[in-house]
Design a protein around this ligand. Structure first.
Ligand code: KG4
Ligand code: ZN
Length: 390
């Protein structure tokens, strides 16, 4: 099955085309085409993702990225296509709220053959709703024009599939996944533990009661006058001080809810603790910033580990996956790799390949494949900023 996936949930616009073979027990994927454009440089000025701007950028970039992905996949064949008036009117209506997109869309589809794909997949949440709608409307218009079925994909399921995928030569492979799978999902908008007892069926085990962990990274980075997105910046500073070998530090931060009797998290208090610490110490220097970054990262990793360990015991999970943008964090990866080996050696740990940790369309195609196999097609996906997995 050839599947074309579209991702626009936040500040990455991405289109990928995968060829998938196999079934739910064992599947192999070849990435035929992959085009991604990050808007980070545009949003950095605002210190965060600005939804109206994200929406405009997605609308501008989708057609060129689609063209690039099809071209790379050798699925782009020039031909003059006449769209019946009725279809044209319907598509104009679908794309009416995405400025400039309809014009670019018609120009593109009128000049190429419908590509030899079997299904389309699009992220339908969670994420920023205005951004999600651009991708959804674009996918709907393509499905209609090309007569292809469409599946709506949960962005977090995409992160889980990316974590389950292993690089195998040129291919990605998802097989021998021992259930139950516990997923620790850590991103800019999410911090949750979910268990997949049966394939694609999820139950929530724990979640943050306030800030998401990526959000805490980004806010603390801002307090330290570091650029957006703050996660990688904090990580860079923390790694520098670790590499220097200096172990002592004047800074001590709390580990919120670490001993509480649940798998829930709280990161707002940790963020506020950094705020107070900086109030007490005006004019913090570069060296001190590094120490604060390290202590913050240590506190986050301690809490994430303790809650995950508890959830592993509660659920009897045989596989642990870590997904979402924060799973790129080197310290968190190290702590989890080490602790799994020493404390939960009977449980497999799966972390996404580095290129698949932050948002991309390959992960949406992976999840889309399973949804398409189950024929969960929809003509009318809805954006849901808070779309739950469980
Ligand atoms: O999954 P993602 O790309 O987008 C969302 O769905 O939110 O996650 C983005 C988040 C941001 O908060 C960013 O600061 C964080 O992931 N992040 C990191 C690292 N790389 C990205 N946080 C800590 N360490 C990193 N290396
Ligand atoms: Zn994400």
């Amino acid at each position: 099955m050839k599947i074309l996936a579209i991702e626009t949930s936040c500040d990455e616009t991405a289109v990928a085309i995968l060829e998938a073979r196999g079934d739910e027990k064992s599947a192999r994927f070849t990435v035929l085409g992959n085009a991604l454009l990050s808007q980070i440089d545009i949003h950095r000025e605002y210190g965060g993702v600005f939804p109206a701007l994200a929406k405009r950028e997605h609308a501008k970039n989708l057609v060129p990225l689609l063209e690039a992905a099809l071209e790379e996949a050798e699925l782009l064949h020039e031909d003059t296509q006449a769209l019946p008036d009725e279809a044209r009117a319907k598509i104009s209506e679908i794309l009416a709220r995405e400025p400039g997109l309809a014009e670019a869309f018609f120009e593109f589809v009128s000049e190429c053959e419908p590509p030899a794909i079997d299904a389309l997949a699009v992220t339908a949440g969670p994420g920023l709703e205005p951004a999600l709608w651009v991708g959804i409307n674009f996918a709907k218009a393509l499905a209609l024009t090309w007569g292809k079925p469409l599946v709506a994909v949960n962005h977090m399921e995409g992160h889980i599939m990316a974590a389950l995928a292993k690089n195998e030569g040129e291919e990605l492979m998802i097989e021998d996944v021992a259930l139950p799978v516990l997923a620790l999902l850590i991103s800019g908008g999410h911090t949750e533990l979910v268990v997949m007892k049966r394939w694609l069926e999820y139950t929530l085990v724990g979640q943050t009661r306030d800030d998401a962990v990526g959000e805490a990274f980004d806010k603390v980075a801002r307090m330290l006058a570091l650029p957006y997105p703050g996660g990688p910046e904090i990580s860079r500073l923390a790694e520098e001080v670790r590499a220097s070998g200096v172990r002592t530090s004047d800074f001590e931060l709390p580990r919120p809810m670490i001993d509480s009797n649940s798998c829930d998290f709280s990161f707002a208090g940790l963020k506020t603790a950094v705020l107070y610490l900086l109030k007490d110490k005006p004019g913090v220097n570069e060296e001190e910033k590094k120490h604060i970054a390290r202590e913050f990262e240590n506190a986050v990793a301690d809490v994430l580990w303790r809650k995950t360990s508890r959830a592993l015991e509660e659920t009897g999970a045989k596989t642990l996956v870590i997904g979402g943008g924060v799973s790129a964090n080197r310290h968190i990866r190290r702590v989890f790799t080490e602790k799994m080996r020493t404390e939960h050696s009977g449980t497999a740990l799966r972390i996404p390949p580095a290129a698949l940790t932050t948002d991309n369309a390959i992960m949406i195609a992976l999840a889309g494949f399973y949804r398409a196999r189950r024929e969960e097609f929809t003509g009318d996906p809805e954006a849901n900023g808070n779309r739950p997995l469980a």
